[in-house]
Design a binder for this molecule. Structure first.
Ligand code: FRU
Length: 491
């Protein structure tokens, strides 16, 4: 049953007696709880926030509505890790409900200054007429881990020319100066990103819009993130309101990037190539990056999308975060690879390895199966027309990953993956890949797959909701032969 607005905008302490216990009981009986992904303890998780490294820990917060699976009163929930793969649940990071975040502590980012971690976030408020007012707020985490809000917002006005859809500050430092990008909507209801500057993180100067070659690209740009890598500037954002076009923009909302010359901070001109989607799967949105102490640029995304119902809603929780990915640039494209620390999750560290040829057939192997594992598969000597793998398979269910040599497309089909969702947006996703050898690096969990294709050239991230018994892995080559090499590690 849908919650009323009043129910959605409650804080934890306003829960009915027994309400949270009921959610917890539903959740503990849910077959789709993940094994190694960050997921909400109760209720709904959305964007990753405040992804940073401070005091020997990676910190990763997420947008959280504790009391249900709809979007309501948002908190920041705090997790931390020393290795990017084992995450500890710390507890509430930012609690909403004060004057400037009365209706939610919305997305934002973190940066260390003077030995403290500064959390810059959007305070979402609604007035008596339910009109939105946005503030950019600051909270400070000290060495002991305690987080205190700064009482006054650090940006309290939306500049003229923009609507109250003005949120998600992402901060970075260049020399002695701090900059932040904010996702915005112009009064003509087109999306864009604006830029601010500060010398102390408290007083911010509005510099103006980032001038891109996309003046009319959707009605709102959420969660912008700007970084420089390998001498280039990269602007990641999540535009809303883009029509699907061939294989592109198939999900309800998109997430992608522009690569160009480093942003000119004086003129705010950004010379860039075309918008490219970050992920080809069904469930990916609002990613955020951070720079690790060793210089790697690491991205985590929300493995979900707004405005859709998911099969776990009935079990009192929704969504999870993706595994962390290391970014690099190759030939005008962002390459995404699982972070090397993922090997720490390998239970049987030697793994199981196989080499075989398939000729017009499907094949599975005893004990080469599972529900939470890492699978590497290389397919070469392609003579077959279609080759691929069925994951989480049984007599009734399968999630099919395949390469069609004729159309040169990688295809992910979740039409038979188990419980269905968002079918209005289709059950199949494709992308073009021109390759003689295919490499699939796959991370399967109870209710998700993350598939890295040809060393991170493409990624397909998707939730799937199979039954617990669907654990087979089947390889296939149709219309000819192909050579397979597969390795699997249990998680
Ligand atoms: C993106 C988003 C952000 C906002 C947050 C609220 O998913 O809509 O723009 O800050 O979620 O939870």
């Amino acid at each position: 049953m849908k919650m009323t607005r009043e129910q959605r905008y409650r804080r934890i302490e306003q829960a009915e007696p027994g309400e949270i216990g009921k959610l917890e009981a539903l959740i503990s009986a849910c077959p789709w709880r993940q094994h190694y992904h960050i997921q909400p303890i109760t209720g709904l998780l959305n964007d990753p926030n405040g992804f940073s490294y401070y005091q020997e820990y990676y910190h990763l917060f997420y947008q959280w509505f504790p009391l249900g699976t709809e979007h309501g009163m948002k908190y920041w929930y705090h997790t931390r890790s020393t290795d990017l793969v084992h995450w500890e649940e710390v507890g509430i990071g930012i609690q909403p409900g004060d004057t400037y975040d009365s209706h939610g502590a919305y997305s934002g980012s973190a940066i260390e200054k003077d030995g403290q971690l500064n959390l810059l976030y959007t305070g979402n408020t609604r007035d008596e007429d339910w009109i939105r007012h946005s503030y950019q707020c600051l909270a400070i985490m000290d060495e002991s881990g305690s987080i205190t809000k700064v009482h006054q917002p650090v940006i309290s006005e939306v500049p003229s020319g923009y609507t109250e859809h003005f949120r998600d500050p992402k901060v970075w430092q260049q020399g002695d100066t701090y900059y932040c990008v904010i996702g915005a909507q112009r009064v003509d209801e087109t999306g864009c990103t604006v830029l601010y500057r500060s010398s102390d993180l408290r007083n911010w100067t509005f510099l103006g819009e980032i001038h891109t070659g996309l003046p009319n690209f959707g009605y709102m740009w959420e969660c912008p993130d700007y970084m420089e890598m390998q001498g280039k500037g990269v602007l990641i954002f999540s535009p809303q309101g883009i029509e699907s076009q061939g294989d592109e923009y198939q999900n309800i909302f998109q997430s992608g990037y522009l690569i160009g010359e480093p942003l000119d901070l004086q003129t705010r001109h950004f010379e860039h190539g075309s918008f490219q989607e970050l992920d080809r799967g069904f469930d990916f949105y609002a990613p955020q990056t951070m720079q690790a102490p060793d210089g790697r640029r690491i991205l985590v995304g929300w493995m979900g999308l707004p405005d859709l119902e998911y099969p776990t809603d009935k079990s009192g929780w929704a969504h999870c975060l993706t595994i962390p990915r290391q970014l690099s640039l190759r030939e005008g494209k962002l390459i995404q690879q699982p972070v090397s620390e993922m090997v720490k999750l390998r239970g049987n560290s030697e793994g199981t390895h196989m080499e075989f040829t398939l000729d017009h057939e499907n094949r599975s192997f005893a004990d080469f199966a599972g529900m939470a594992y890492e699978l590497e598969c290389e397919i070469r000597d392609l003579d077959a027309g279609v080759v691929g793998i069925e994951l989480r398979a049984s007599a009734e269910e399968k999630t099919v990953l395949q390469y069609d040599r004729l159309s040169q497309k990688v295809i992910l089909d979740r039409s038979q993956s188990g419980a269905t969702l968002a079918e209005q947006n289709g059950n199949v996703r494709h992308c073009t890949l021109n390759a003689d050898v295919l490499k699939f690096h796959i991370f399967v969990d109870s209710s998700s797959v993350e598939i890295f294709v040809n060393d991170g050239e493409e990624v397909f991230t998707s939730r799937i909701f199979p039954s617990k018994d669907s654990t087979e892995i089947r390889f296939f080559a149709h219309g000819g032969k192909a050579g397979f090499q597969a390795s699997k590690w249990d998680y």
